[in-house]
Design a protein around this ligand. Sequence first.
Ligand code: NAP
Ligand code: GDD
Length: 336
Amino acid sequence: MERMKTALITGITGQDGSYLAEYLLQLGYRVVGLVRRSSTEPTERIEHLRARLELAQGDMLDPSSLLRVLDQFLPDEVYNLAAQSFVQTSFLEPVHTGEVTALGVTRLLEAVRRAVPRARFYQASSSEMFGQAAASPQRESTPFHPRSPYGVAKLYGHWITVNYRESYNLYCCSGILFNHESPRRGLEFVTRKISDGVARIAFGQADSLALGNLDARRDWGYAGDYVRAMHAMLQQKEPRDYVVGTGTTHSVRDLCALAFRHVGLDYRDFVVVDPRYYRPAEVDLLQADASAAREELGWKPELDFAGLVELMVDADLARRGHGARPVRGILPAGPA
Ligand code: NAP
Ligand code: GDD
């Protein structure tokens, strides 16, 4: 019988960490999650998995904690999902973002090199690195031009991963993932802000929704689909980097229209533009060319944009409404 593999996930309490943990457990892995100390319980997204997971305390800012955890669990695969991941916050906390999202990668790679040099390593790179992209759609060879401290930090994390692969012959991959969302997305990101805003408006808990740039376009997919690509990257013969996205692009305005329409409302009656949500520098358009991931990993997304928006709005309606009747619009057939 094949030995059970051990995977370490940093960022296990985040959106992707929770879906990846579910997926790896389903595949029969022993899953260990790195969790940083907090004065409140940050484990809401993995509560349903708690009995099947092992959690270890550590922080991307503290190299000794990373080495200790690797020495203790000797993982076969390491998924580095931990980051200060919100672009807007990176303009307010550029140094902290650099410490966690950029240098954190080097701290972890150094610990891997010392403790488990044969482990396979996944780095959560981002389409935000393309930023003001020179070409569309974006593929692995498209030049990078990040537009935020977060994007710059991710670019450092990306190149240090490539560098450790080339310098020390480690099996390291960067997944350049385009935006992916779910009902577990943080409330500050635009998809979830909109799905939650629709639910609050439908149940009379709010009268409007304040947003920033409605013309920005993103390639939005479903997080549950994207974690399959992360795992597949670590099962190849040779390590390399892959772009992962749906290949379709929509504006924030399209997203609003669809989300409000799902409950029979017109977004123009509720959405107000508030310059507070504009960014000092914006990424106008992202669209993936994920041909390499499709061809070499056999990866393809299962849920389309409309299905994703409906899933998220339905989940927030169920969470906010507790089965009550909406005071505005209609309750779609989905949530009971
Ligand atoms: P997320 O929900 O914001 O989760 C981030 C995770 O990082 C959380 O578990 C957080 O822990 C942890 N973390 C933050 N600072 C840490 C530190 N100093 N030490 C240890 N852990 C720390 O992000 P996500 O959407 O799941 O994304 C996962 C990764 O993919 C991130 O690296 C993100 O930048 C990248 N990415 C995401 C997308 C996307 O569209 N979702 C696209 C491309 C790349 P707490 O719970 O304690 O805060
Ligand atoms: N958050 C937010 N809030 N964004 C808004 C708003 C608002 O009120 N109004 C308009 N937007 C626009 C932003 O200006 C941006 O162009 C777009 O909506 C998407 O914003 P976010 O959902 O915050 O995501 P992001 O694209 O900046 O970053 C996400 O995707 C990256 C991959 O491309 C994050 O998950 C990053 O961690 C990830 O790397």
